[in-house]
Design a protein around this ligand. Structure first.
Ligand code: TTP
Length: 409
């Protein structure tokens, strides 16, 4: 059976991290998001088909043509937006039965195991993984009777019920219903509308409940949530690099080959550090921090609950808290991210032009790729700096910065 992964989206809600790349290649706990999807589909599929469009060469360059010995092929999404269009694009690549998963979600293998066995046991025309939430404000509601899906309704508001997790099993019969699917209010061809058409025609669509961890990586803080989950639950204590005398490591901490941790560094796990990075001397790295390859965390720097992507530096006197720092980014000496509002309210973040409540008391900066931040810059909580920007020394950043900007005092 083939596993189709939908990865053609623009990931606009994840700007600035998706300014120059699709969200599925963003690394969480030092691994591209799409690889977790592939890892958990792996036991159930013999080949992967990835639907691509936006910045497709970055996905092809990241994954290549095989994944742990199983072939990977790519199809370009047909013109038009939405998950139904994305699935239709794989029409020529799949056989009668196939699995589909959004490329930007995290789930455990059990979800797929149950999906495949229920799909076959019930001889269903389609199956979808669902999860029970107490509040469906952010989800469509999957109305279920026994194993059967009766309807997928629009977001019903603050009520309890099953939500669609974006993991499906289909037969090739789905394609004729995709052809009949119209454009939704959002302007997209949506697979949930296709599923409703299938139900209306008397086809058997089943819901497969799943209790495990799931995350939909739509907004920047979802990356921090997933990072925390992975470090808490999946990290093994393993030191492959060099730890100098005088450094303190509280397990579990994973340190990659070629990385040097200098004396006076104090690292409290769970923390993951990639390869060829320089850590310390005299820095403090606190739980739920992922630091990528070729990074430099220098003297008198504190990092907490953050993601620092490859080739980035917090080299002198920095505080990085609850923040995400993209690739090839440098913080000047003394640059500080604030991660807490004085009124202790939830930090709000501008997402696609609208201010959204992140639901977090603590959230720092979201900095894109190839950014140079000068010395003594203070960044307000939840502020974003677009990729390829330059922030001059001494700036107090209380606003969001678009990509390719120059900001000076
Ligand atoms: P979304 O998260 O709804 O869309 P997106 O990835 O474009 O993100 P944003 O809304 O922030 O711009 O997509 C759900 C999944 O479907 C995700 O894995 C990407 C995939 N997708 C496609 O493959 N093609 C598409 O046209 C769309 C809209 C999404």
């Amino acid at each position: 059976m083939k596993g189709v992964i939908l990865a053609a989206g623009k990931g606009e809600r994840l700007r600035p991290l998706t300014d120059d790349r699709p969200k599925v290649v963003l690394k969480v706990a030092n691994r591209p998001i799409i690889e977790y999807v592939m890892e958990n589909l792996y036991p159930f599929v013999d080949e992967f088909v990835i639907v691509v469009r936006y910045q497709k060469e970055k996905i092809i360059g990241t994954i290549g043509d095989e994944f742990r010995g199983k072939p990977v092929t790519y199809v370009e999404q047909l013109p038009g937006e939405g998950t139904a269009k994305a699935i239709e694009s794989a029409r020529e690549s799949v056989e009668d039965e196939f699995i589909v998963a959004n490329g930007d979600i995290y789930f455990e293998e059990e979800a797929v195991k149950e999906l495949v066995s229920a799909f076959r046991r019930e001889r269903a025309d389609a199956a979808m993984v669902v999860k029970h939430f107490d509040d469906l404000s952010h989800f469509g509601k999957v109305e279920v009777e026994g194993p059967k899906v009766m309807r997928i309704a629009e977001k019903p508001g603050k009520v309890a019920g099953y939500a669609n997790l974006g993991i499906y099993a289909f037969r090739s019969s789905v394609f004729k219903f995709i052809e009949k699917t119209g454009v939704s209010e959002r302007g997209e061809y949506e697979i949930t509308d296709t599923i409703n058409l299938m139900i209306d025609s008397g086809l058997k669509v089943i819901a497969v409940p799943y209790d495990g961890y799931w995350n939909d990586i739509g907004r920047p803080w979802n990356l921090l949530e997933l990072n925390e989950y992975l470090l808490k639950n999946k990290l093994r204590h393993e030191i492959r690099g060099t730890v100098e005398e005088g450094a303190t490591i509280v397990p579990p901490v994973e340190i990659g080959e070629g990385t040097v941790v200098r004396g006076g560094a104090y690292i409290i796990g769970p923390v993951k550090i990639g390869r060829n990075s320089r850590i310390g001397p005299n820095c403090f790295i606190r739980p739920y921090t992922s630091i990528g390859d070729n990074c430099h965390i220098g003297n008198a720097v504190e990092v907490k609950n953050s993601i620092i992507m490859d080739n980035s530096n917090a080299p002198h006197l920095n505080y990085v808290g609850d923040s995400i720092i993209g690739e090839n980014t440098n913080l000047g000496a003394g640059t500080i991210t604030a991660n807490l509002r004085h009124d202790r309210g939830n930090v709000k973040v501008e997402v696609k032009g609208k201010l959204e409540d992140s639901g977090r008391h603590k959230l720092g900066a979201i900095i894109g790729h190839n950014v140079k931040v000068g010395i003594n810059v203070s960044i307000y909580p939840g502020r974003k700096i677009g990729s390829n920007s330059f922030i001059g020394p001494g700036v107090i950043l209380d606003r969001n910065v678009p990509p390719n900007s120059l900001v000076v005092v």
